[in-house]
Design a protein around this ligand. Structure first.
Ligand SMILES: *Cc1c(COP(=O)(O)O)cnc(C)c1O
Length: 427
């Protein structure tokens, strides 16, 4: 394969220890970080400070949908920053209006609120639900076990995983968890106070688990029956990662009744800005004016700079047919992981997910991992790093692939052969 970029200049070589030291001394240690210091990237590749190249199949956790250093993003940033970077939401700007229209066009009739992150987008949905139920005294939101909805206080209350809640009690009230893909469980959990249900179309942090078509359609019917809002967290699984703009559009493709399905609210972030921070939530038309003037806001929400970049990202995805790329190449990657599971069942248990949101489920009790108490997914990812591939662990047993939507076929091939190398070492 053609080398796309020369080795980095000598000045950044062997900076690893000094940068580590800056973190140890000055950065709050809330992340378990890998022993990698990255300096730059191009396309699907990133480079560490020693000049080692990695194929990035993690995409900054489903964020860098156009890879690294995409010239269209650079140009959008430069051009917009010459005009306006930030404008208060006391005023109108064209990029925010145009981006809202593009999102509405891709989802359905409704309106959009802009913010800066996934957690903040979900906060908006929680406030929407509370406002909706306020006069009846309904406020409770049901969410799924193994879900992930962000790290704010309400976000960790909504998240169906104990590990994010520990140490931060008392929890924000008004959230209860129910098993995912289990309609009976929702039905039984509804109380007179319940106002909404929030699910991910494909659970990401929880291990790449898609909602079933039946679950989505039944939830819609149930929410209509009980006058509850159906909210979807599309922060990770949205933005064409599954092959369609929103994951439910992919999950319900060709399913009778699926073409009419719409949730009442959708949160977005991650790939929306292709790496530039932006979040948003869409609200279905009947509820689009619930959050009236003065009820919700954020200083940076929908700045011209963020919106210009997000508009450019959508334009490139469309022009280069990247949804189709994610769908086709994702299907190939999944079939290759399935082949690995067949060939090496002692190491790979199954392939999970769809499009470019994939999981390699590792077998329990891989003998070579027994010597360490680190989770299998972490040990596997560490070996991938040594082989020059980045991927993201989800839980103890699952390794996620969330590559850029413009990943090239030969890069996918390179990824699979390096993954297979590691798998073979473990047999
Ligand atoms: C990443 C993520 C969030 C949180 O987004 P932040 O931008 O980190 O606040 C929320 N929900 C899901 C499904 C996510 O994957």
């Amino acid at each position: 394969m053609k080398e796309i970029i020369p080795a980095p200049p000598a000045i950044v070589r062997n900076d690893y220890e000094s940068i580590r030291e800056l973190f140890t001394k000055n950065v709050v240690p809330s992340y378990g970080r890998f022993e990698l210091v990255l300096s730059h990237g191009v396309g699907s590749y990133v480079f560490d400070v020693a000049g080692k190249r990695y194929l990035d199949l993690g995409g900054g956790i489903a964020v860098n949908c156009l890879g690294n250093a995409h010239p269209a993003i650079t140009e959008a940033l430069v051009e917009q920053s010459k005009k306006l970077i930030h404008v208060s939401n006391l005023y109108f700007t064209e990029p925010q209006g145009r981006l809202a229209a593009e999102l509405v066009k891709r989802i359905g009739r409704g309106k959009v609120f802009f913010c800066n992150s996934g957690a903040e987008a979900n906060e908006g949905l929680f406030k929407l639900a509370r406002k909706f139920g306020h006069d009846e005294g309904r406020f409770e939101i049901l969410t799924a076990t193994n879900s992930f909805h962000g790290r704010t206080l309400a976000g960790i209350a909504a998240t169906g995983q104990d590990k994010v809640k520990k140490g931060f009690e008392p929890a924000v009230t008004g959230f209860r968890h129910i098993p995912f893909n289990d309609l009976e469980a929702v039905r039984n959990a509804i109380s007179p106070a319940t106002i909404a249900i929030l699910i991910e179309g494909v659970q990401g942090e929880g291990g790449v688990t898609p909602a079933t078509p039946e679950y989505l359609l039944s939830l819609r019917a149930l929410c209509d029956e009980k006058k509850m809002l159906l909210l979807m967290d599309g922060v990770q699984c949205g933005h064409y990662r599954t092959g369609k703009f929103q994951s439910f559009q992919k999950i319900l493709e060709g399913v009778p009744g699926g073409e009419k399905f719409l949730p009442d609210g959708i949160s977005m972030a991650k790939s929306l800005g292709g790496g530039f921070p932006i979040g948003a939530f869409w609200v279905r038309a009947p509820y689009a004016d619930l959050l009236s003037a003065g009820t919700h806001g954020t200083t940076y929400g929908g700045t011209p700079l963020a919106c210009a970049v997000a508009l450019k990202v959508l334009e490139v995805i469309e022009k280069e047919n990247l949804a189709e790329q994610a769908r086709k190449l994702g299907a190939w990657l999944k079939s290759e992981i399935e082949r690995l599971a067949k060939t090496y069942p002692a190491v790979v248990k199954s392939a999970r997910g769809m499009g470019f949101m994939l999981g390699i489920e590792l077998a329990e009790k891989i003998p070579s991992f027994a010597a360490s108490d680190k989770p299998a997914a972490l040990q596997f990812v560490n070996r991938l790093h040594a082989a020059g591939v980045l991927a993201i662990p989800a839980g103890n047993q699952i390794v996620r692939l969330l590559p850029p939507l413009n990943l090239k076929p030969q890069e996918a091939g390179e990824g699979i052969s390096k993954i297979e190398e590691i798998v073979k070492q473990l047999v």
